[in-house]
Design a protein around this ligand. Structure first.
Ligand SMILES: NC(=O)c1ccc[n+]([C@@H]2O[C@H](COP(=O)([O-])OP(=O)(O)OC[C@H]3O[C@@H](n4cnc5c(N)ncnc54)[C@H](OP(=O)(O)O)[C@@H]3O)[C@@H](O)[C@H]2O)c1
Length: 298
């Protein structure tokens, strides 16, 4: 049985695409034990709709794979509740954006097969009972603990049953960083300016902060042994994605608009923490983190 912890947009997307007799959601600790199934309408990338009704997991003993699709800030707590009851051999795939939460999980259970995924699939929930596969992309999965190395091929094969494009990535950290850079350069600006991605590009606040932001990130990447892209390359990468997704609302802006906690602590906030450890100043990351936190509940 494949388990999904985090029955939100991304979790419901993967759940809808697995064979329906092989997948179940893991309930929140406070969930009604009498609730037997979770039902929703799934809208595929082609626009077709089908009704999904999946069970809540009753017995964690027969889990062969766990996908964790909670937000970064909920992940450690959610796993602390479940992992004592899940077989030690079951691979655990973390889908969170940003960085920090994945390392916290791998540090807490270093003996378990823990993997991280970076995905460009996009899913959203226009209302509580509907999930839309809004953008198709690719997913890279790689090991975080040594016990995960031998599981990688099997995990990729299991995830590929969904029909989504999934790749094995032996070095997942640089890939998580690539997404972190783009998220750090787009998300906080869209949240602070309350605009779609493309609109940041001509905004004075973005224009006056993007170069120093990219310099901070480039120094952190070099000092952390991640790579040596120039600040100009980073800016180009950020602006290309903002242009290509010009009409999209970032997840961080969406969280603010919906009164939800954002993942800023795992994006710009993570870069601030890393700067402290490496003794590299991160004034712009700190400014963006503070401004987003002023806008969101926490
Ligand atoms: N959506 C995407 O297209 C996408 C793409 C790439 C990466 N990601 C990343 O994937 C992660 C999930 O994103 P999302 O958009 O799916 O978020 P989401 O819609 O907010 O889903 C998160 C789900 O986790 C549940 N949850 C929170 N704490 C839990 C716990 N202790 N036990 C069980 N379930 C718990 C939440 O339940 P409640 O609803 O009850 O709060 C919610 O249903 C994020 O890190 C995001 O950055 C998302």
């Amino acid at each position: 049985m494949i388990g999904i912890l985090g029955a939100g947009s991304l979790g419901r997307l993967w759940a809808a695409l697995f064979p329906q007799d092989q997948v179940a959601f893991l309930p929140r600790p406070d969930a009604d034990p009498a609730a037997a199934t979770l039902g929703y309408t799934f809208e595929s990338i082609q626009g077709s709709q089908r009704t999904i009704a999946l069970p809540w997991l009753q017995s964690p003993d027969d889990l062969t794979l766990l996908l964790v699709t909670t937000k970064a800030g909920d992940t450690l707590d959610a796993l602390q509740h479940w992992l004592p009851r899940i077989p030690e051999s079951a691979p655990i795939v973390l889908f969170q954006n940003g960085l920090g939460s994945q390392q916290a999980v791998a540090d807490a259970w270093p003996e378990r097969p823990i993997l991280a995924a970076s995905t460009t699939e996009g899913a959203n929930r226009p209302d509580a009972a509907r999930v839309v596969h809004a953008g198709t992309g690719e997913t890279w999965v790689g090991p975080l603990t040594s016990a995960a190395r031998t599981e990688l091929a099997g995990v990729v094969a299991q995830l590929s049953i969904t029909g989504l494009l999934v790749h094995a990535e032996d070095e997942i950290l640089p890939r998580l960083w690539q997404k972190l850079v783009v998220n750090a350069g787009i998300n906080p600006f869209t949240a602070i300016l309350d605009c779609p991605n493309g609109d940041i590009l001509a905004n004075e606040f973005f224009l006056s902060h993007i170069d120093p932001l990219c310099s901070e990130i480039a120094r952190l990447m070099a000092a952390g042994g991640i790579g040596t892209p120039s600040p100009e390359e980073l800016r180009q990468r950020i602006e290309t994605v903002a242009r290509n997704t010009a009409r999209n609302t970032s997840s961080m802006r969406g969280d603010i608009l919906n009164g939800r906690t954002t993942e800023i602590d795992f994006i710009n906030g993570y870069l601030v923490q890393l700067g402290r450890r490496l003794d590299i100043p991160t004034a712009v990351n700190q400014l963006l983190t503070d401004k987003v936190k002023q806008l969101s509940p926490h």
